[in-house]
Design a protein around this ligand. Structure first.
Ligand SMILES: Cc1cc2nc3c(=O)[nH]c(=O)nc-3n(C[C@H](O)[C@H](O)[C@H](O)COP(=O)(O)O)c2cc1C
Length: 312
C-alpha cells in the first residue's frame, strides 16, 4: 500500500503531471479508472503569486478527484514559498515541486531540471515550500543532468533531509529529454538511499509493466504519463479495450467530465488533443482523428462520436 506522510492511497499507480493535459476532467477520469493519485499540470509560482487568470484557472478542483497533488515550478525560494502558502488555501492533498522539467523556457530561468545543478537552491525551495504549506510536500526529479552526472542519490538524500515526504524519479537525465530509455537501476539505487517513499517514472505503458518496475526497483509507487493519454485503462490490470464500443464509452465519459467543467460554448483545442488519442492503433484512427479535429463545437463532437458508434 502506498503511503506518503499521513496519506494512504488505494493504488500505487499515479497519473503524472503533463502540461496541457492533466486538467481537472482528465484527472477525474484517471481516478475513476483506478489511479491512486493524480497530479496537476505544473503551475508557475509567479503566475500564482501575481494571480494571473490562466494560472488561477489551473487550480480548478473537485472532491471527486481526491487525492490530488498540485505541482509548483519556479526557481526563487521566496516566491515558491509564497506560492505554496496560496496553493495551500486551495487544500490539495499534496504539493509537488517540479525539479525535472527539461523544457527551455523553464530551465533558462533556473527552474525544473536546472535545479539539479543547484542543490542548495533546490534545498532552500523545498524548505520554504514546506514551511509555507499546510500539506505534505513531494519532489519530482530526474536521475541527473547527463550520463556523466548521475546525481539522483545525493539529490534524493538532500530532498529527504530538507523534509520532502516522497520523491519521484524519472529515470532519464536532463540531457536525454524524452529520448532513450528510462534507467530503472538508478531508481533502485535511490530506493536504497532514502527512507521516504520513492515513486518510479518513465516509459511505463501498462499495469503489468508498472508492477514489474515495483518488483525490480523496490519503488513504492509508479507514475504514468504519456501512456495514460487516450488510455486511462492503463491504470487497470485489463488495459485498453480492443473493441470500439468500450473504447467509445471511455471517450464519452471523458467528454462528459469535460462538459461539467467547461463554460458553455467553449471548445479549447486540448479536447481534440485528448479525444483524438483514444483511437491510436485502430485502422480507422486517422479518419476518426480528422473527424474530431474538424468539429467546431461540442454538439458536433458528440455527433461525430455517435456516428463512429453507429458504424460498429
Ligand atoms: C506533454 C508532456 C507534459 C509534461 N508536463 C510535465 C509537468 O508539467 N511537470 C512535470 O514534472 N513533468 C512533466 N512531464 C514529464 C512527465 O510527468 C513524465 O515524467 C515523463 O513523461 C516520463 O513519464 P512517461 O514515460 O510515463 O511519460 C511532461 C511530459 C510530457 C510528455
Amino acid at each position: 500500500m502506498l503511503q506518503i506522510a499521513n496519506l494512504t492511497f488505494d493504488s500505487p499507480f499515479i497519473l503524472a503531471p503533463l502540461a496541457g493535459y492533466t486538467d481537472l476532467p482528465f484527472r477525474r477520469l484517471c481516478r475513476e479508472f483506478g489511479a491512486g493519485l493524480v497530479v496537476s499540470e505544473m503551475i508557475s509560482c509567479h503566475g500564482l503569486v501575481y494571480k494571473q487568470a490562466n494560472t488561477l484557472a489551473m487550480l480548478a478542483s473537485n472532491p471527486a478527484e481526491r487525492p490530488v497533488s498540485f505541482q509548483l515550478f519556479g526557481a526563487d525560494p521566496l516566491i515558491m514559498g509564497q506560492a505554496a502558502a496560496l496553493l495551500s488555501t486551495f487544500h490539495p492533498d499534496l504539493i509537488d515541486i517540479n525539479m525535472g522539467c527539461p523544457v527551455k523556457k523553464v530551465t533558462k530561468r533556473g527552474a525544473g531540471a536546472a535545479l539539479m545543478q543547484e542543490p542548495q537552491t533546490a534545498r532552500a525551495i523545498i524548505e520554504n515550500v514546506i514551511s509555507n504549506s499546510m500539506v505534505p510536500v513531494t519532489v519530482k526529479t530526474r536521475i541527473g543532468v547527463d550520463s556523466q552526472h548521475i546525481s539522483a542519490l545525493d539529490f534524493a538524500r538532500m530532498a529527504e533531509d530538507a523534509g520532502a515526504a516522497a520523491i519521484t524519479v524519472h529515470g532519464r537525465t536532463w540531457a536525454q529529454g524524452f529520448t532513450g530509455i528510462a534507467d530503472w537501476e538508478v531508481i533502485a539505487q535511490v530506493k536504497q538511499a532514502v527512507a521516504i517513499p520513492v515513486i518510479g517514472n518513465g516509459d511505463i505503458c501498462s499495469h503489468a509493466q508498472g508492477l514489474a518496475m515495483m518488483r525490480q526497483t523496490g519503488c513504492d509507487g509508479i507514475m504514468i504519463g504519456r501512456a495514460a493519454l487516450g488510455n486511462p485503462w492503463v491504470f487497470t490490470p485489463g488495459g485498453k479495450p480492443t473493441e470500439l464500443s468500450p473504447l467509445l464509452d471511455g471517450v464519452c465519459r471523458h467528454l462528459e467530465l469535460i462538459e461539467q467543467t467547461l463554460p458553455a460554448g467553449h471548445m479549447p483545442g486540448c479536447i481534440k488533443n485528448h479525444l483524438g488519442r483514444y483511437f491510436k492503433g485502430l485502422p480507422e484512427s486517422a479518419s476518426y482523428r480528422k473527424m474530431i479535429y474538424d468539429c467546431k463545437d461540442l454538439p458536433a463532437l458528440r455527433q461525430v462520436l455517435a456516428s463512429i458508434r453507429g458504424n460498429i
